[in-house]
Design a protein around this ligand. Sequence first.
Ligand code: SAM
Length: 265
Amino acid sequence: MTAEGSEGAPQAARKAHQLTDGARKALGDSRAAINLRWLRTLSGAPVDRILDVLTEVDALVPIEKEMRRRQVAGGRSSYAQICAPFELYALVRLLQPKHIVETGVSSGISSAHFLMALDKNRSGTLHSIDFPTHQRGPVLAADESPVSVPPGLSSGWAIPFRSTRWDLRIGESQVLLPKLVEELPAIDVFLHDDLHTPEHLTFELETIRPKLSPSALVLADNTKWTGDAAPQFANSFHARISRRGTKDLVGFRLPAPRRTKGTPA
Ligand SMILES: C[S@@+](CC[C@H](N)C(=O)[O-])C[C@H]1O[C@@H](n2cnc3c(N)ncnc32)[C@H](O)[C@@H]1O
């Protein structure tokens, strides 16, 4: 019997919370509390399998602590970027993508969680594009964006480990994304987290469209600023957008190709 069948959905959600709470506290942001419902919708995986993967998250605590320490040393009281680091980790463990593309790295919270999952999978590559802005002095000034990079550091500056699975490209997504997409055989996971305008999100989604693999996962953060760009793109595949709780991080899966008679399962 599944955890959901034997214990019910609220119990499974509690268990997911327990399994990830140490890492959330180590990272230091209450918004990162796991959303099991969103994870189930996007992964399509059984609850037992998801909880299995979430048992791995506690091993990330030393890395989360160090990322938090670096953020604080860089003058940030909260990491204030992607709100779903543990869902990103779990989705990559569950979906086993070969190619992940993300736009927007900054200190590297999303990148780090993608990479830790790819390293655990022992397969796949994260292709990241970032066009960083730089902080003026050693301490973040009140008028500066927390996504700016502290002096002497570069995109991904809070990530305390190296991974051979990271293909990081520095420059504007308007220039670099079309080139990257041309090089890739397929894109299994895409995360938009850079310039949050409707025009730019539409540009990125239309650029990746030809290479999205069957059942690809598409994620977009800060969609309160990007109007109908994400839902319209999802609609074009007859797919439904799934919002992470009350946050404006959304995702959807491309529909799997229909099996015709005689096609092996
Ligand atoms: C919200 S932050 C990314 C946060 C990151 N995903 C995380 O989880 O830590 C946005 C990043 O996108 C970069 N950016 C903004 N416009 C861009 C563009 N046109 N092309 C590439 N990167 C851009 C910003 O400089 C910043 O580093």
